[in-house]
Design a binder for this molecule. Structure first.
Ligand code: MRU
Length: 346
């Protein structure tokens, strides 16, 4: 991925320090956040310095490795660290997958823990590159594609999940246009997807979340591609709140609805979407917005009626029946084909 012409990774380790792009400041300021220990890394995940399933997974893997580097011979210390890392964000499957892998490796040696964390980040990037190659075949020249939230290279290491096929199509010379849902309450589409697309020179427009069905009714959307935070074994898909209503609208207007995610996002132990824990975030994310003031300093302002409460479920579950196909690093599958993939994997 390129930011202002320079190559960056989504997350990397420098010595014992985990380095991350500070996503809370984007698109107004580009800054690297340095997490000196596993507690800082936990804070970075829960406060959404880093977000997006794959990026959270890679960071969580490095956080687990940091705990081993800090005090790997003290089993109590690494157990506590593991629990704290797992408590940061409950929905993203990649977090649990990464922590488990690094923890097991760390029980053998501290060096293996660090190697495993590197491998998870590298695998994530390779998987997302593959998703781009496979997904590109589904995109016709001249397509208008709607996406929700940010499932680009800020969210999955170096390539992204939902945006990886878009980038591959664009780089292969196809004309593509992206409608980026703004994605209330935090605005990952308006802030992050739009910023990424601009860095990649992909033509796009930000749309209000409630504009999607209207554009579909006008024949302006050819396909939807979204990412996922966790996919259940039956093909139900958890993704950013608001995805479900887009899937319902897409089905109504007969528009293909694709989910792009590496196989590491599938939780084969989770039978259906009802078993996926849905994170509830702070009501302030709904009640307030943050943006730069006249001097460019980020300011938080209330944008809703004073005195009212808010509810803030961060994810919803789209039933498998509304999903056209899941673009993974191992192939493109109908949701009901995941069970066979599971047998093959075990
Ligand atoms: O709460 P977030 O921003 O971490 O949300 C997760 C996501 O990035 C999305 O749900 C995304 O569409 C899929 S994960 C790349």
């Amino acid at each position: 991925m390129k930011v202002e012409g320079r190559d960056y990774q989504t997350v990397w380790l420098e010595g014992d320090t985990v380095c991350l792009i500070e996503q809370n400041l984007l698109p107004f300021e580009f800054k690297i956040f340095r997490a000196a220990n596993y507690r800082d890394s936990c804070m970075a995940i829960s406060s959404m310095v880093v977000r997006g399933a794959g990026a959270i997974g890679a960071t969580a893997g490095y956080a687990m490795a940091q705990a081993f580097l800090e005090n790997g011979n003290d089993r109590g210390y690494v157990e506590t660290a593991r629990q704290q890392i797992e408590n940061t964000r409950p929905t993203a499957q990649n977090l649990f997958y990464a922590v488990e892998r690094v923890y097991k490796a760390g029980l053998l040696s501290i060096e293996l823990a660090v190697n495993e964390a590197h491998q998870i980040a590298d695998e994530d990037a390779a998987s997302c590159k593959k998703i781009g190659e496979l997904g590109n075949d589904l995109i016709a020249d001249g397509s208008n594609i709607e996406t929700h939230c940010n499932a680009g290279w800020l969210a999955f290491v170096d390539y992204g999940s939902a945006l990886s096929p878009v980038y591959a199509a664009h780089r292969s010379g196809k004309q593509v246009f992206v409608y980026a849902d703004e994605t209330r309450p935090r605005g990952q589409g308006a802030r992050l997807t739009a910023w990424e697309l601009r860095n990649e020179n992909v033509p796009h427009a930000i749309i209000a979340d409630n504009a999607g069905a209207h554009l579909m009714s006008q024949g302006k959307v050819d396909m939807m591609i979204v990412g996922s935070d966790r996919i259940a074994a039956n093909g139900d898909v958890a993704n950013k709140i608001g995805t479900l209503e887009k899937a319902i609208a897409a089905r109504h207007y007969d528009i293909p609805f694709y989910v792009a995610a590496p196989v590491s996002t599938i939780d084969f132990d989770c039978a259906s979407g009802t078993d996926i824990p849905i994170e509830q975030r702070h009501p302030d994310e709904v009640l307030y917005q943050t943006g730069p003031d006249a001097e460019g300093k980020l300011e938080k302002i209330r944008v809703s009626s004073p005195g009212s409460e808010a509810l803030n479920p961060a994810f919803d579950v789209t039933p498998a029946g509304l999903v056209t196909a899941i673009i993974t690093d191992q192939g493109i599958f109908k949701p009901d084909q995941l069970a066979a993939l599971n047998k093959q994997a075990r």
